[in-house]
Each structure stands twice: as C-alpha cells, then as structure tokens.
Design a binder for this molecule. Structure first.
Ligand SMILES: [Fe+2]
Length: 428
C-alpha cells in the first residue's frame, strides 16, 4: 500500500476508485443490472449503494458525526446485517437515485476532509478503509461481469507482453523469518497484525504459477476422475459440481483449432494459451493438481517469505510501488499474461509474479495472527476465520495501491469464480 500521511492525499484516490466503480458498471443496461440470485455475486445496484454507504458510515457518520444522507440506509446497505439473498428484494433507490447518493457522499467527504470539521476518530485511517473497500468491490464487479458473461469493461490501456514459460524452482533456506505488518507500515487491516516470527524448513517453490499447459496435462492424465488425488471434501465438491476442467474452459471446436481448449473471457471465447497461468480453479482443484504432480501448496508463511526474500519489503522488487514492467495489475491489460512476463518484478529468491496476474491459493486456513484483535470494521476478518483459505499476491484485477507481499485475501475453498491460480512447493 501507498505511504500516505495526510487525509487530503486520499481524496484523489477515492475519486479514482469511484471513477473505476462507475467504469465497471455504467455501460451496463438496466436489463443487465437485473442479475440472477447467486451466492457468489451481488446485484450491481445494491453493491454501488453499499460502496457509498460504507464510506458514508465510516467517514461521515463515524469520523464527522454527520446524520445519514438516506434515512433508511442501514436497512438497505449494511452487509453485516442484511442477509445476502435479501439484497435481491430490498426496496432499493432507483439507479439514478443511487448514483446521486454516491455523488453526494463523495462530495460531503471532500468537503469535510478539507474543511477542518471536528473529528471524532482518525480521518486518515477511515478514508483509507473506505478506499480499499471500494477497490475490493471493484474487483468484485469484474468477477460478477465474468460470471454473467457480460463484456469486459473498457479500462484496458496496455498490450500483454509475450513472454513464454518460466519453469523450475526457487530455493528458500530454512530459518526464522518475520511475517505480518509492523505498526509503522501505515494502514493495514487487522488480519495482518502484527509481525511475528515463523520457523520454516528449507523448501523449494515454483518460480511461477502453474500454467495452462501443465494443468491440461493433469486433465489429460485423468486428474478429474482419479479419486485418490482428491481430498474427501474435494471429491464431494468435484462430484456435485461435475467438474471436469477449470471453470470457463471448453474443448476447442473443430479440427485445426489453434489450441485444444478454449476459455470464456467475459463474453468471448479465446484460446487457452499454454504459458498463461491456469485460472478460475478452486482450492480443491489446486490440491488435486499438487497430489498428481507430487507437489504441495505453499503455506502462507512460505509464500510471503518467497515473495520478500525474508526481508521486510512491501513488494518482491523492493519498497517502491509502480507496476510498470513489474506486475500485471489494475486491469491495465484486462487478462492474465504469460507466467514468464515481468522479470523486473522477481523476488530476491527468484520467484516471478508474486504480485499480480492471478491470486494464489495457499495451504493455510485463514486465521488470526498471534495477539489478533478486531479493528473497528470488525466484520472484515473475524467472521471468516476457519472457513476460508488464504490467497496471496493479487490478480490482474487488483489495484496496485492495495496489494503488498503481506496482504491476506481469503475465500471459501470451493470458489472458482475469483481470478485464482496457484504455485506449488516441494521439499528442497
Ligand atoms: Fe463491502
């Protein structure tokens, strides 16, 4: 995350996040706004209002003690209180009214932050909380559009580098390492608190995420049919989902097709390219692949140390942000790229793309670090301890200002609608 020391510095970032929220939704018709009830998505109209409500709640109401803009907002947009399925039947404001609410919220935040209004809590902390919350919902808009086969939003500005594979392992010596955030790291979520030592045995970790070519070999070898490769829970999921390949894959049609498989990227079918990371696989699929390959998933501590080289750097390449030539982030390309791309972003141990391209599953269930205490937004981490698995590193859809080597994401192990891949480990 960025080093930000003054509340005013967050305002242009909030405006940028808001522009992105609109860029991910404004082109959709009212008909496209009517989404089916699925437990992995939210209605666009609800999610837009919820983003503004969250910022309003923590900045305007908590920090500045303002009264709500919408009198019934708590009954509409509080994600901790409104059951997911109810979001389809709430008496939500119209699309026009929702956009007006969002604009008014942002206007008041600017006004109060720059106007010297009395504060009742740290404005900088809560401005950043709202910023990263909106950034995370931006990523969710992309997942939703992918799930629903809507077009890719038009925010791309770079062409993908053609880079090829990056096989082989990096070696990490055993020892005592520090993971987690320190108090002087700036804004951090509660789940990163605080830095603590972990002892690791020597291990080897793939220099790149598992590629489509590698995963296709697992499929061709009967990976989805061989019970012995799957955990009990994984096999139960595989059977009920009738999974035979990554979500969004299909066999390429016709003799002479460029590749054996195609994948649906938003509303288009594109070739599955050999050296791009496999994507849209869940934790169970990752686990089965590892069993087949005689490998394993890294623990999150192993992942973090492989990314930092055992130093305290925020990014694999150092402490300075800036993904240009170093990571696939910000939807600047709008898709995955070859795993060999971005050598400038390598970690000290030689791991590539630890930041960006695809989120990476780890072997670690999401849980508290030693001494954990929830922060004011107490529903962020704690409710998900024990049921979710940790993912690291961010994907092409993640905002650069949000992701670091320490950032802990978490999803249920069956989720494959997220932009998730994985890399594998082995004994050194
Ligand atoms: Fe939220």
């Amino acid at each position: 995350m960025l080093q930000i020391s003054r509340a005013e510095e967050v305002l242009p970032l909030l405006a940028d996040a808001r522009r992105r929220s609109h860029a991910y939704t404004a082109d959709l018709s009212d008909e496209q706004f009517r989404v089916p009830l699925l437990d992995i998505i939210n209605p666009f109209l609800w999610e837009l209002g919820h983003i503004a409500y969250f910022a309003e709640f923590w900045i305007l109401r908590h920090v500045y003690r303002q009264s709500p803009i919408l009198p019934n907002a708590d009954q509409l947009y509080d994600s901790a209180k409104i059951p997911h399925d109810d979001r389809w039947s709430l008496p939500l404001p119209s699309r026009e009214q929702t956009l007006a609410f969002m604009a008014e919220e942002l206007r008041r935040v600017k006004e109060l932050t720059t106007g010297g209004a009395p504060t009742h809590a740290d404005p900088l902390y809560f401005l950043r909380l709202a910023l990263y919350h909106e950034d995370m919902h931006g990523e969710a808009f992309l997942y939703t559009r992918q799930t629903l086969a809507y077009p890719r939003p038009n925010v791309t500005r770079l062409t993908p580098p053609e880079a090829g594979p990056f096989p082989g392992d990096a070696y990490v010596p055993g020892g005592v390492y520090e993971i987690g955030a320190r108090p002087d790291d700036g804004f951090v979520f509660d789940n990163e608190k605080w830095a603590h030592e972990v002892r690791l045995e020597e291990f080897a970790i793939a220099r790149a995420p598992v590629t489509n070519a590698e995963f296709a070999a697992f499929i061709a070898d009967g990976g989805y049919r061989r019970r012995e490769l799957w955990t009990e829970e994984g096999w139960a999921w595989r059977q009920s989902a009738e999974a035979e390949h990554p979500l969004y894959w299909r066999r390429a049609a016709g003799v002479g097709a460029a590749t054996e498989w195609e994948r649906r990227h938003f509303d288009r079918w594109v070739p599955v390219r050999a050296h791009e990371p496999v994507c849209h696989v869940n934790w169970h699929e990752a686990q089965a692949y590892c069993a087949w390959a005689g490998r394993r998933l890294p623990t999150e501590a192993e992942w973090e140390v492989a990314a930092t080289g055992g130093t305290r750097r925020r990014y694999p390449w150092g402490d300075e942000p800036g993904p240009a030539g170093r990571a696939n982030l910000d939807a600047a390309i709008g898709d995955v790229v070859d795993v060999g791309a971005y050598p400038e972003g390598d970690s000290p141990f030689g791991c590539r793309q630890m930041i960006g391209n695809v989120w990476e599953w780890t072997a670690t269930p999401f849980g508290p670090y030693p001494g954990f205490a929830p922060d004011p937004y107490k529903e962020y981490s704690q409710p998900w301890f024990g049921t979710h698995m940790v993912l690291r590193g961010g994907a092409w859809s993640t905002r650069e200002r949000l992701i670091t080597t320490r950032w802990r994401n978490f999803y249920r192990p069956l989720r494959r609608d997220i932009i998730t891949g994985f890399r594998t480990c082995a004994a050194a």
